[in-house]
Design a protein around this ligand. Sequence first.
Ligand code: BES
Ligand code: MN
Ligand code: ZN
Length: 497
Amino acid sequence: MSLSLKLSIADLSSSTAPSLVVVVDDALTLGKATCGLFPSLQALIKRVAETEKFKGKAQSSITILGDSESRLERIIVLGTGAAAERGKLNWLNLGGGLLSKLPNGSDVDIIFEDENFSPANIADFALGLQLKAYNFEQYKTKKKEADVSEGLPSSISLMSSDKNAVRKAWKQREPVAEGVNLARTLVNEPPNILYPVEFANRAGKLEKLGVEIEELDEKQLKKLGMKALLGVGQGSTKDSRVVIMRWNGSSDAKAQPIAFVGKGVTFDTGGISIKPSASMEDMKGDMGGAACVVGLMHSLSSRKAKVNAIGIIGLVENMPDGNAIRPGDILTSMSGQTIEIINTDAEGRLVLADILHHVNTEFKPKFIVDLATLTGAILVALGQEYAGMFSNNDELCERLTKIGETTGEKVWRMPLCPAFDKMIDSRFADMKNTGGRFAGSSTAAHFLQRFIGETPWIHLDVAGTAMASPNTDTNRSWGSGWGVRLLNQLVADYYED
Ligand code: BES
Ligand code: MN
Ligand code: ZN
């Protein structure tokens, strides 16, 4: 996998680029190394800062153009704010936020003084840059006029006198940047290109990183009894697939695995309960959960996380057709529980029902996290700011909530309760696939819960966060790659040897 921005980590003394970024805190003082390299810089910054009223606040900057005698074309002074106000997220945002201020097509050196900033800070800054640099332009055949906000610098060097420590910190983050950008690409790809079999092929590429891949075709799925999942795909001319990815990174090969489950509806028309045409094109992103699981498995395997992790994704296309499932149909899921179809547009839960049951019974994981663009109702409740979190386990919820605040992938816990569960009881089968208009995200979650038994479990409804994403300091892509960093950090903080 390649990242779009050419980034290197070098010694402070090797600065030669025509554009220089100097990162300063609110004291505006440069360290010894920078002053040695650029003897008059400190005085210049202080003088310009005074006239421009630049105080070094987080993400504020001034640009100083070089005169004809100067080797430098420009110096950008970037503020970080006071040390006490800086968290991990600020470093990501500082890096990402800088990108649009950098000259398109130029080489840029960024100087950090180690007296003020740690290797981890600098590596987080680099992660922010790489995340913001990602842009999905594969299908544009005409290059646009160079535009600063669209284009990238031709190369960036991050300069620190503790180069090796920064490289080490970056080595843990580079795989994560790749994982996020992989997930984004899967979400951005058009649905005629990325249908279930092609999605499975892309996931299969993780084999190169040491991930064991098991791809189940329709014949094997039928044999396993995944009739709920197959029911969703039966109106499509595209074959359905399930892919199981196993990363065995723990020193104990037998250590109980953790499991991640993703909804992978490569296009959701709604089926016979067809959706209105306005914005239906957005339903190419209805595989954002599966994309996150693939991106996460990339990141875990590429950084050789010391954990046994399983990723499972259900890949189908939901189409109306003479062979499609109808409202009124009753499907028997792999678990044996029967489902009355009320609305064929509530298809994600049918896909998840079978793969949740399969991963739970086959691998007996320590916990399961599923991600799904499951309900429009979660957008009504939480907008695009928070993913909805539903769970039977307080500890897992606390952990994810805390981590989400540091990565910027925020989660908000939503209620489960017996009254909501009752809303999906069916007159004709064990359950029905919708519970009516009220509490739509919760009844969807209860449907899933009926397939995971007592296993600690978190369901993340990412319909508002995975796709059609607003621009942020670390993202300008339609598919956001939401969840890759969150779950990677959950693993890193709590579940490695
Ligand atoms: N994929 C949709 C949910 C969705 C909506 C994702 C908007 C992203 C953005 C899901 O399959 C769906 O259609 N859900 C229905 C459920 C209803 C029929 C109970 C919905 O939310 O309307
Ligand atoms: Mn749907
Ligand atoms: Zn859907």
